[in-house]
Write a protein of this length. Structure first.
Length: 151
């Protein structure tokens, strides 16, 4: 482990820093609004109510440089297997391609395993080619096709 690296659960006072991470890429910068944190605070509080939701941050020298959201899901199929659903993976641009993402993903996968998951799954935007390559290097395999329906 690199010195001064710490993983922890996110706190409500982290929200501004978390949104800054999301804004630190082309896709996030086009859809988020850091000037109105009320939506993010509401979502954060909703996640706190669930024992299956885990918003994890990585700090380096007391600065939040990465985040992800892990949700543990129990499915009726596959003999009630528990899955770790990994979403909202964001890494500060100055720390990309320096092994920090791998450390975060390893931490989250191990946490999912500790929480009883037997499979980890994630989705990534098709425009995030580098992210898709990164996940494949970690051993993730594109076994399904994801679809969305806006309501």
């Amino acid at each position: 482990m690199i010195p001064d690296i710490k993983f922890r659960s996110a706190k409500e006072e982290d929200i501004y820093s978390l949104i800054r991470l999301i804004l630190d890429n082309e896709i996030g910068s086009s859809r988020e609004d850091i000037n109105n944190l009320s939506y993010y605070i509401k979502a954060f509080r909703e996640n706190l109510k669930s024992k299956n939701d885990h918003l994890i941050v990585m700090e380096k020298d007391q600065e939040i440089i990465e985040m992800t959201h892990l949700t543990i899901l129990t499915h009726l199929s596959l003999k009630l297997i528990r899955r770790g659903n990994i979403e909202t993976v964001h890494i500060k641009s100055t720390y990309r391609n320096k092994s920090y993402g791998t450390m975060l993903m390893n931490y989250v996968i191990n946490l999912a395993k500790e929480l009883g998951a037997e499979i980890c799954q994630l989705t990534t935007n098709k425009r995030r080619v580098d992210a898709k390559h990164f996940y494949k290097k970690l051993g993730f395999v594109a076994t399904h096709e994801g679809l969305k329906f806006n309501i």
